[in-house]
Design a protein around this ligand. Structure first.
Ligand code: F6P
Length: 466
């Protein structure tokens, strides 16, 4: 069986109890049991970007990491990846900043990643590269002479050509992706956007089933939704519902119903719009005052990016205003925290909550939507309010699907969710759970690797992938 090599900016935080694993680590961790090399950034900033990866072993996974030099961190991570690509790919052109120096820094780090990974690669390894930080990596590996099967998966949305075209190096990035055998996206819309960019901006010839030809190389684009292990998360939630934290939460609610939102502190998540919607709920449906409590868990990330600091200040102010306006001496309407909570604690809170709010302005998939559904008590499930601009909405039609830009529509949806009769909640939940269970992390991983390996040897044993 061929060895799998995962390359991503973040690697799993094995052994560090203070670190939360990212969505990618969770998805892959649950799906991969075979011999794997996982290469990426150590999360440390040093004087210079490392050349020799540090190796650690965790069961079947060898972690190989390098530090980023301070200047590279600034240009690659803070600059091009998170101030140019992130806003662009989320269709927020007004927030995009671009500088040639940052772009050169981004390419340089991808070259250094390739150089550090190169000596660890075996000729028959299957290499799976993840996300927008590492778009040029496949080309860099090809230039070092690696003829391995190379796949790339984009976890965030891919914008329409009219938006992508605003990036001065748009064509170069398309050509980089064409160095892969397979380019994966979360939704058909993302894959179609990419193919239309490849044709319009880079002159690619399009074929059937996502095939495209560019610079005399053949490649393929595909859409496979990332997922979770629904059964495992459901069991975790059932256990967590009786945990000390869940008991403390229920006690603190004093019989009130819980509304929950869990998002990284990021402008793509639409948190100001969501807070405004909650404020309108309390304004327009005063019967819910004193009867509900909204918990928003919002761990901070990318603190060195200016836009995230602005957002933090605005949200702090907005949360203060809502509580100032509606709180009673014995009721705090909005519980807003900018620290993360362990996944197990969240699982218990999801199960306790009558409403799950997932209303990003744009999102690649959004696994919180899936986890909220998986965590519910089948006899008495809560209701998911889901943005139509989250990739998850492509399949989770039985949620209350909203336009997050319209606070009145979202307020109405929360009101409908709070009033929804048990029969309707159960019927919607059953359909949603079936979808979440079908589009699992294991199915995502297996499908991508099958499509990448073509007719090659199996990469995941069927029993492991089930
Ligand atoms: O979803 C995109 C993503 O970059 C993930 O890869 C990552 O786990 C998450 O956002 C957190 O972002 P960062 O690594 O910048 O803290």
């Amino acid at each position: 069986m061929a060895r799998l090599v995962i390359v991503s900016n973040r690697v799993p935080a094995y052994g560090d109890r203070n670190q939360q694993s990212g969505g990618l680590a969770v998805a892959l961790d649950e799906a991969l049991k075979q011999e794997t090399l996982w290469f990426g950034w150590s999360g440390q900033i040093a004087a210079e970007t490392g050349r020799m990866p540090a190796l650690t072993q965790r069961r079947a996974v060898t972690l190989a990491t390098i530090d980023l030099g301070a200047e590279d961190y600034r240009r690659f991570y803070v600059g091009f990846a998170n101030s140019s690509l992130w806003p662009l790919f989320h269709s927020r052109l007004g927030l995009m900043e671009y500088s040639r120096e940052d772009y050169q820094g981004y390419r340089a780090v991808n070259r250094q990643f390739a150089a550090a990974l190169s000596p660890l690669l075996r000729p028959d390894d299957i290499v799976w590269i993840h996300d927008y930080h590492l778009i040029p990596l496949a080309r860099e590996l090809r230039e070092l002479g690696h003829a391995n099967r190379l796949g790339f998966f984009l976890h965030i949305p891919f914008p329409p050509a009219s938006v992508f075209d605003a990036l001065p190096c748009a064509r170069a990035l398309i050509c980089d992706l064409a160095a892969c055998d397979l380019v994966g996206f979360q939704t058909e819309e993302d894959s179609d956007n990419f193919l239309s960019c490849a044709a319009r901006l880079a002159g690619a010839t399009l074929g059937a089933e996502g095939r495209f030809r560019l610079d005399e190389a053949d490649s393929r684009s595909t859409a496979i939704p990332v997922g979770i292990d629904a059964g495992r998360f459901a069991r975790q939630a059932e256990r967590a519902a009786n945990s000390e934290n869940a008991n403390r939460m229920r006690e603190s609610l004093s019989g009130r119903r819980l509304i929950v939102g869990v998002d990284r502190l990021d402008y793509s998540k639409g948190l100001p719009n969501r807070f405004e919607a909650y404020s309108r709920l309390l304004e327009q449906y005063p019967e819910h005052r004193l009867k509900v409590s909204y918990l928003q868990v919002t761990p901070r990330s990318r603190r060195d990016v200016g836009e995230y600091q602005v957002l933090k200040r605005n949200l702090d102010r907005q949360a203060g205003k809502i509580n100032g306006k509606f709180a009673e001496f014995d009721w705090v309407p909005l519980r807003y925290m900018t620290r993360g909570l362990p996944r197990a604690t969240l699982a218990g809170f999801y199960r306790t909550a009558s409403v799950g709010l997932v209303t990003p302005l744009r999102d690649g998939m959004n696994l919180v939507a899936k986890e909220y559904v998986a965590a519910q008590d089948p006899q008495d499930p809560g209701v998911l309010v889901l943005s139509r601009f989250a990739g998850a909405a492509a399949h989770m039609k039985e949620a209350i699907v909203v336009n997050p830009y319209d606070p009145d529509e979202v307020a109405e949806a929360i009101n409908d969710a709070l009033r929804m009769p048990g029969d309707e909640r159960r019927a919607r939940w059953q359909a949603l759970y079936a979808t979440v269970n079908r589009d699992s992390a294991a199915a995502w991983c297996r499908r991508f690797l099958e499509e990448l390996s073509g007719n090659g040897p199996p990469l995941v044993k069927p029993a492991e992938a089930a």
